[in-house]
Design a protein around this ligand. Sequence first.
Ligand code: NAP
Ligand code: COA
Length: 276
Amino acid sequence: MSQCQFDYRDKVVFVAGGTSGINLGIAQGFAKAGATLAVMSRSQDKVDAAIEALKQQGGQVMGFAADVRDVDRLKVVFEQAHRELGPIDVLVSGAAGNFPAAANEMSANAFKAVVDIDLLGTFNVLRYCYDYLRKPGASIINISAPQAFIPMEMQAHVCAAKAGVDMLTRTTAMEWGPEGIRVNSLVPGPIEGTEGMKRLAPAGSLGAQRVIDSVPLKRQGTVEDMANAALFIASDIASYINGAVLPVDGGWGLGGAGQLGQSLAEMAKLAQQPGT
Ligand code: NAP
Ligand code: COA
C-alpha cells in the first residue's frame, strides 16, 4: 500500500486514547511524518509502551496516564502538555469502550460507562484542550464508528454515544470555525487486529468472515489506512473540510441499516457464542 507523504515537523499532535489500536496507529503516522507527539490513556503501562514505540520514529514524545472521565486530571494534563510542547496543532479524540450487550440485559451503569467514555469523554477532551489549541490553524479529529448512523442490535450504548460524537463534531465545527479550528470525524470500518474487532468479531471467527464478505472492497482496513486519513484531514490540503464525518471503511456503510445493520448485529451475536 502506498504511503502518504505529509510533513508534520514543528507540529504538536495530541492523541487521547492513543496507546493502542487505531489511535496508536494514527499517532505512529504523525510521528513518522515528523510530529511531536503526546498520548494519553488510563493505563500507565500502555502509556509507557506507546512512548517507547513512538520514540522509534525519532521525535519528541510525551505520555500521560489519565481517564477522559476525570475533568480535573484533564485540566492538569493539557496545561502540562501546552507548557512543555506549545500550542496543540492536531487533537485526536479516540478513547472509547465497547462490549456487545442487549439493551434489556445491560445495567444502567453499563450504558452509562460507554456514554461517559465515548461521548462525555470526547466533550471533556475537546473542552479542556480548547484553551491550548493553536488558533488559527488547529485541526480536531474525533474517532466515530459506523454505529453512529447505522442502528445495530447489542450496541444501543455505542450507537447512542457515537451519534452524539458526530453531532459534537458538527456543532463545534460551527462554533470554533471562526477561530480557525476545524473539527471532523473519521469513521473507521472494521480495522484488523484491533481491540474493537476482537470484541465484536475475533480473527478467524465466522463473524470476521461475514464482515469481510460485507465490505465492498472485500478486506478489513488497517491502522495505516486510518493514519493516512488522519494525516490528510489534519493537513493544509484539507483546509476547507470542516464538520465532515468521513467513513474510512472500504464502503462498508453504503449498504445502510438494512445490510450493514444486519451483518453487524449478526457478528455481535456470534461474538457472544463461544467457538463461532
Ligand atoms: P483500543 O485499542 O481499545 O483503543 C482505545 C484506547 O482508548 C486505548 O488506548 C485505551 O487505553 C483508551 N481508553 C479507553 N478508555 C479510556 C478512558 N476512559 N480514558 C482514557 N483513555 C481510554 O480500541 P480500537 O479498536 O483501536 O478503537 C479505537 C477507536 O476506534 C475507538 O474510538 C473505537 O470506537 C473506534 N472504532 C474502532 C473500530 C475497530 O474496527 N476497531 C471500528 C469503528 C470505530 P487504556 O485502556 O489505557 O485506557
Ligand atoms: N456486558 C454487559 N455489561 C458489561 C460488560 C459486558 N460485556 N462489560 C462491562 N459491563 C458493565 C459492568 O458490569 C458495569 O456495570 P455494573 O456496575 O452495573 O455491574 C459497567 O459496565 C461498567 O463496568 P466497569 O468494568 O466498571 O467499567 P470500566 O470503566 O472499568 O471499563 C468498559 C469500561 C466496560 C467499556 C471496558 O470494557 C473498557 O475499559 N474498554 C476499553 C477498551 C475497549 O472497549 N476497546 C474497544 C473500543 S471500540
